[in-house]
Design a protein around this ligand. Sequence first.
Ligand code: PGA
Length: 253
Amino acid sequence: MAGAKLVAGNWKMHGTSADLCEIEAIAEAARALNGRVEVALCVPATLIHRASEAFPGFPIGAQDIHMAEKGAHTGDLCAAMLHDAGAVLTIVGHSERRDAHREDDSCVRAKAEAALRSELRVILCVGESDAERGSGRAVEVVCGQLDASLPGGEAAAGAVPDRLAVAYEPIWAIGTGKIPTTGDIAEMHRALRQRLLAAFGEAGRQVRILYGGSVKPANAVEIFAIPDVGGALVGGASLKAADFLPIVEAAAR
Ligand code: PGA
């Protein structure tokens, strides 16, 4: 789709109040870009309130939510709590949660729907394993994941395409320094776009498809030049402004 790219950082289980200075530097640089690229940081839940209060207007996100509105779920956080703390978006279905917390597609879908029923925007992650890529089934597997985890029903009736982004993150590329070929990224994004058009009609064109997995300053320009790459979800290289901002600038070109 046309329009500004979205570059979102995923801090995972990194960051305490000592790192608010990194958020400040990123927020200031993002503001100076005047909307040429949209920047957001998905920080640990413990930092959401402090970061959103300290840097008003800069989008702070969560990394996960519970699918229920409230209840007996020790240690979990629902959409209303995250929104109340200042989050404006959340990641759902990251492969680290699909793996370590055994989240399947229906769980991811319920989480995406819960986020959209509240005020939150959603970055929905999908991606294949090394073995799935090796067996030639990557496109089939990832499109199957998307079909089964896309929000539907009541949540899909409203402004879903506006508030939804999909992140294609090959599991074998996360934190490894390896990335797919530009041809493989282009092929996957093309296939995901077809699935979004099938799900949402023409409105499916508005859903940004991000690439994630070892995005660095050194490869960002090349990745952002691939057709239908609408931004990036960045892990390790989002922790320091000095690494993240060159990626943001590459997306603004
Ligand atoms: P990485 O992580 O950029 O460190 O590979 C990306 C992610 O897991 O979202």
